[in-house]
Design a protein around this ligand. Structure first.
Ligand code: BJ8
Length: 423
């Protein structure tokens, strides 16, 4: 509508480029999502959210800002949403899953940078991301070398970058660093919003985020059924929308879908027939609109039953203890919760291997596909021990390495089909 166009102009978006992006996104969604058969009706909610992802949701964020709230953008699941919420700010995910303005990007970043980082730059340089432009604070974090160094350049493109340091080892020192950094972040967010975080506000924020994660846990757990009541594409979409949507509405919508999925399981109704080979995907985060791998897998005779990823179970699996009786105890509980995230930037990272094995068993996966983005050293390096750990348990593993381009679609499909065939 006209309202949205003036909102986008006010945000400084390049309307022509943005129209082009929405056009591509809309037709990809139609071809990939709406073309699926046997979808749960509740997915209509996510269809609506996606059709309004740069419209209604941005309008809501602008309304929050007009009412005195602040928007904080983040590129990593280590940035605690609870702290933002407790200080009257809304946290949104900024990672993006599509190539944009690549020529300009490659003037700032080496060609051999992972697609996720390039995409974040492309959306900034191309002026097409209303989330990025509406953010009052953008949080970078010292995770992989690619992101860590890229934020130095991003700092020249935006004027509100905040960089969080993160540990690399799961030691006492590492945990102490995380606590210090969360306290420093808390102060920065309080300074941004002018709202002091209290024991009560943090407790209530922990409750909101726990509820959102618990809803996703319920959804994930229903995917253990055979036939799988929901496709991997739709499961991934729920995990992607997790980063954008209003938390309470998201939680309610996911529960509604879960009620429907429970009924489907009772009726033995699936998104795919019973005994369809089941795949667990492990590896790099798949940000919206990166639907490349699930689209290939689910048009190759298999169904994806889980994502070991930050856009998935690695990001959501733990809840935060909200029973602390002081603000400091609750900050400690947050640190305890986030410290368990087993990102591949940690060394050693044995827990992740165990979690992948656990997930393969819990979701009754016939095989695991390790999804590595090209030039992502942490996950590509770790894919080899992951494959070994799975082989020890007799679980077949296919390691793929790809980017956001479509050039390797045919080759990937051939490899995935061959893998599914042997399961
Ligand atoms: S906690 S996975 S969200 S850092 S794909 S940019 S690792 S070169 S995204 Fe992540 Fe936080 Fe870890 Fe999760 Fe670097 Fe690899 Fe690119 Fe990556």
């Amino acid at each position: 509508t006209e309202d949205y166009r003036s909102m986008w102009t006010d945000l400084g978006l390049d309307l022509d480029a943005h129209d082009a992006l929405l056009g591509v996104l809309g037709s990809a969604y139609k071809d990939i999502y709406l073309a699926q058969k046997n979808r749960p009706e509740g997915m209509g909610y996510f269809d609506f959210v996606m059709s309004e992802v740069h419209g209604l949701r941005i309008k809501e964020l602008m309304d929050e800002k007009a009412a005195g709230g602040k928007i904080i953008g983040s590129y990593c699941v280590f940035v605690p949403e609870e702290i933002a919420l407790a200080a009257n700010a809304t946290l949104v995910g900024l990672c993006s899953g599509a190539d944009f303005a690549m020529e300009e990007v490659e003037q700032l970043l080496p060609r051999n940078t992972c697609a996720l980082i390039k995409s974040a730059f492309g959306f900034k340089l191309g002026k097409v991301c209303p989330y990025l432009e509406s953010a009052d604070m953008i949080v970078g974090e010292n995770t992989c070398d690619g992101k860590k160094k890229a934020y130095e350049s991003l700092g020249h493109l935006v004027n509100n970058l905040y960089v969080m340091d993160l540990p690399q080892m799961k030691t006492d020192n590492g945990k102490a660093l995380l606590k210090k950094e969360y306290l420093r972040f808390k102060e920065a967010v309080e300074a941004l919003t002018g709202v002091s975080i209290t024991k009560e506000s943090l407790k209530s924020a922990i409750g909101v985020v726990n509820a959102k994660r618990a809803a996703i846990h319920r959804l994930s757990s229903l995917r253990k059924a055979d036939p799988a009541p929901i496709s991997g594409l739709d499961g991934l979409l729920a995990n992607q929308v997790f980063f954008y949507d209003n938390p309470a509405r998201f939680t309610a919508s996911v529960h509604k879908i879960c009620d429907e999925l429970e009924a489907r399981i009772q009726d033995r109704k699936g998104a795919f027939p019973e005994k369809t080979p089941r795949i667990l995907v492990a590896g790099c985060p798949q940000a919206v609109p990166n639907w490349k791998l699930p689209m290939i897998v689910e048009t190759s005779g298999a169904v994806i039953v889980g994502e070991e990823s930050c856009v998935g179970e690695r990001g959501t699996r733990h809840l935060t203890d909200d029973t602390g009786s002081t603000l400091d105890e609750m900050m400690d509980a947050l640190v305890d919760r986030y410290f368990q995230v087993d990102c591949a930037i940690f060394t050693p990272n044995e827990q992740r291997l165990l979690h992948i094995r656990e997930m393969a068993a819990a979701y009754k996966a016939d095989g695991v596909i390790h999804y590595g983005l090209q030039f992502c050293q942490p996950y590509l390096m770790e894919s080899i021990p992951v494959e070994k750990a799975l082989e020890e348990k007799g679980i077949p593993c296919l390691r793929i390495e790809t980017d956001y381009g479509m050039e390797d679609m045919g080759q990937l499909k051939t490899r995935v089909e061959a893998f599914v065939e042997q399961l």
